[in-house]
Design a protein around this ligand. Sequence first.
Ligand code: FES
Length: 198
Amino acid sequence: MSNESKVDGGRRRLIVATAAVGGVGAVSALVPFLSSMLPSERAKAAGAPVEVDVSKLEPGQMMTVEWRGKPVWIINRTEEMLQSLVKAADLLVDPKCEEPQQPEYCKNDTRSIKPNLMVVVGICTHLGCSPGQKFKTGAEEGMPPEWLGGFLCPCHGSTFDFAGRVYKNKPAPINLPVPPHTYLSDTRLVIGEEKKGA
Ligand code: FES
């Protein structure tokens, strides 16, 4: 991953320039940078907010960024994906997001600030596996005919909708968490930081 650091208001923030994984050159370039940091600076960077450019994320596409060592999914949901959230409601453990798995400002029908953009931590709430994309509806990709699209955890079969809400009768007990985040503009968001007063 190609990261660069930038001082913003006296605070270090990681700028995610691309989700591509770098080769050997990228890794070796990173080592002198990390070793030149003091331990306290390293700790700060590890927990620092991550700024993300979503301007190139087309409807129906997903990108993954790392925040505090965790994968955070960002999906630009299509109208069809948003409609599936309504259809799935009766089949979910916590459709109204009563459990504190999201900030208050995402406790709504789409679990998001902007209705189309979903931001969620992609770690299964059962035993921590990484759920995979099952975006196609219906019986394609080995899912049941009534499947509305979302995610399937490969470890024990928990399924999640396009808002990271878990389906009933699956091992995962609660929805995927939505991390604190805010928007700097229509196409730039920061994960790990909240709007003042949010
Ligand atoms: S870890 Fe995901 S279902 Fe068990």
